[in-house]
Design a binder for this molecule. Structure first.
Ligand SMILES: Cc1cc2nc3c(=O)[nH]c(=O)nc-3n(C[C@H](O)[C@H](O)[C@H](O)COP(=O)(O)OP(=O)(O)OC[C@H]3O[C@@H](n4cnc5c(N)ncnc54)[C@H](O)[C@@H]3O)c2cc1C
Length: 406
């Protein structure tokens, strides 16, 4: 059976067992929707998922003159796209991710005016607190795709008020951008709605076949379907997720008061961030840096910490983040990880403690490649960003996918 057309098979199985087996709730919903007379909506493109990946597809499709329906299971986007730092980490990407990030950077800035949200060409400061971190930054500055300015400790402090006594220097990545995702994502959805995109909120996509998307409210007819369901790709299409090795990455995050009301225009990354992004990976000093962390602070690597923070216009610092990978995560928040994060950020800021305002967990799809693009049948694309760079890249990725569908 073709993937995505599974519901046809399910309906066949249901009728085969009629009278002997009680149909499951999902099957009953599917059957009820399937027998409704005619589609509930028609469009040139139907997008499943109102996170940034789905919205980015809707933006580019509307700009090409297509009519668009967005189907979203929730009443608003509450997934990874509003749980992140809002950091457009353009400079530290390579390959297709860099190509997508460059495009996305321009889209974030352009749409800020059109949709009405805050966006800053703030850049990023990478704070170095050890010689091996400075070595990586020097190597990176030689090969970076966008401007990188090396800084001494005074230069770092001139850009961001960090009081860590061990601060040695760092680098300024001028091309990075920032948004407040909690503001920007709903603003883009509202902008799309004003542009004629129809949103079916509280509506689950169940599957597709022959230009029809089956939802929990009925079918939507569209010659083009984009499924942008984030980490839920492993529940909607479990065989695909198993085939390509996609699982869920869970991250712990907090918002804290900025000590003394300090202001930080750029995003702030640290030595641990150098172990994370593809742009740093090819620097010759990376193995030595990793070995030093493994020898002196293995607990930071065990927590898979990317020690970083951003500040949104309300002044609070969004700090993070830990990483854990699994198919299904236990629902319990690990206080030890939050304590570790708070202690490490307090040390970076040079303060004894931090006042916590919010704690949350974010989840994104994770896999061996940076993107998952699967085309199960003509006109259908399953699209997910399978590492933590969806805010940085989604608009560029969506631009390329929409081009292939039109
Ligand atoms: C804590 C954290 C920090 C991060 N920081 C950054 C950062 O600073 N910079 C960066 O570039 N990236 C960052 N990322 C990654 C980025 O947030 C994600 O890559 C991106 O948001 C994924 O977008 P998405 O639209 O695919 O997923 P989501 O935002 O999760 O959206 C998917 C949507 O699909 C809907 N859906 C699922 N199944 C169905 C269905 N069957 N029917 C209908 N709707 C469905 C869901 O309800 C959801 O709204 C971070 C991620 C996390 C979790």
């Amino acid at each position: 059976m073709a993937r995505g057309g599974w519901w046809r098979g399910m309906l066949a199985r249901m009728s085969a067992t009629e009278g002997t087996t009680k149909p499951r709730a999902a099957a009953a919903a599917a059957a009820a929707a399937a027998v409704r007379p005619g589609p509930i909506e028609r469009a040139d493109l139907v997008v499943v998922g109102a996170g940034i990946v789905g919205l980015a597809h809707a933006v580019h499709a509307v700009e090409r003159g297509l009519s668009v329906v967005v189907v979203e299971r929730d009443d608003a986007a509450v997934g990874a796209s509003i749980r992140n730092f809002g950091h457009g980490c353009v400079t530290a990407q390579t390959g297709p991710a860099l190509r997508c990030a460059r495009r996305a950077r321009a889209d974030w800035l352009r749409l800020a005016g059109e949709a009405g949200y805050w966006a800053a060409e703030s850049g990023t400061v990478v704070a170095a607190r050890a010689e091996d971190e400075l070595a990586v930054l020097r190597e990176f500055a030689e090969r970076a795709p966008l401007p990188v300015r090396l800084l001494d400790a005074g230069g770092v402090r001139a850009l961001v008020p960090l009081d860590a006594p061990e601060l040695l220097g760092g680098a300024y990545l001028a091309g990075d951008v920032r948004v407040n995702p909690r503001e920007a994502v709903p603003a883009i959805a509202a902008h799309l709605a004003r542009s004629g995109v129809r949103f079916l909120w509280r509506t689950s996509a169940l599957g597709w076949a022959d230009g029809r998307l089956l939802t929990s409210r009925g079918t939507v007819e569209a010659p083009r379907i984009v499924a942008a369901v984030g980490h839920d790709v492993d529940r909607l299409l479990p065989e695909l997720a198993e085939d390509v090795g996609v699982r869920r990455c869970a991250l712990q995050m907090l918002r804290v008061d900025s000590p003394g009301g300090r202001r930080f225009a750029p995003a702030v990354l640290t030595g641990l961030s150098l172990l994370r992004y593809s742009g740093f990976a090819a620097c010759p000093s990376i193995p030595a840096l990793r070995a030093r962390f493994a020898a002196t602070a293995p607990h930071l690597l065990e927590a898979d910490l990317n020690l970083m923070f951003t500040q949104w216009p309300d002044g609070l610092l969004t700090i993070g983040d830990t990483h854990a990978r699994a198919v299904t995560h236990p629902p319990f928040h690990d206080e030890a990880l939050d304590s570790l994060l708070l202690a490490e950020i307090a040390r970076l800021l040079g303060v004894p403690s931090l006042a916590v305002r919010e704690r949350w967990r974010g989840v994104y799809a994770t896999g061996p490649e940076e993107f998952l693009v699967h085309r199960p049948e003509p006109g259908v694309a399953v699209v997910a960003v399978t590492t933590g760079i969806g805010m940085t890249t989604a608009f560029g990725l969506a631009h390329e996918i929409v081009e292939t569908l039109t």
